[in-house]
Design a protein. Structure first.
Length: 174
């Protein structure tokens, strides 16, 4: 049911109603309400599902990247793909909850993972020493805005942002 709801919201955005989810999932409306007592609860579950998917990708792919600086590139690229695919879902979540940002355990886990990727990149001298999780958070917020408004090529935005996080070789000291 949650997958069906997520697909519907991604496709049609904020216009999706509980009855639409029931029809598409081929269940009764009562079944939907037993699992998700309100539309907001359904959207919260869809948002948590999306954050869990991003976290799983990051744990399986980004942490396993052979190049220590590549993990962050993979993470931001995947987030961009998810946000671009789920544009309607993002709008519905923001409309219902006022924000698309992860919260609670999802936020803590994603921040911890981003911190690990930054530390690995810094240890490999691929990411600048002063880069922080807050920098990644700002990049993701900017990425979401670029995708939401269609104001540019989000893949280019990521490349430019990552260039800003890259460690710049320092000239040799005389």
């Amino acid at each position: 049911m949650l997958e069906v709801a997520r697909d519907l919201f991604a496709e049609r955005g904020d216009e999706v109603q509980m009855a639409d989810v029931a029809r598409a999932a081929e269940v009764g409306i009562g079944t939907v309400y037993r699992h998700f007592p309100t539309r907001r609860a359904l959207l919260e579950a869809a948002a948590q599902h999306r954050f869990a998917e991003i976290l799983a990708f990051a744990q399986e792919q980004c942490l396993a990247a052979p190049d220590s600086g590549e993990g962050l590139d993979l993470l931001l690229g995947h987030i961009g793909e998810v946000l671009a695919r789920d544009r309607g879902l993002s709008g519905a979540i923001e409309s219902a909850m006022g924000s698309n940002e992860p919260s609670g355990e999802s936020r803590i886990a994603l921040e911890k993972l981003a911190g690990t990727l930054i530390e690995r990149g810094q240890a490999a001298r691929a990411i600048r020493d002063d880069a922080t999780v807050n920098d990644v958070y700002m990049i993701v917020c900017g990425l979401a805005a670029v995708i939401r408004t269609g104001s540019g090529d989000w893949r280019r935005f990521i490349r430019l942002a990552l260039d800003g996080l890259r460690s710049v070789p320092r000239p040799p000291t005389p």
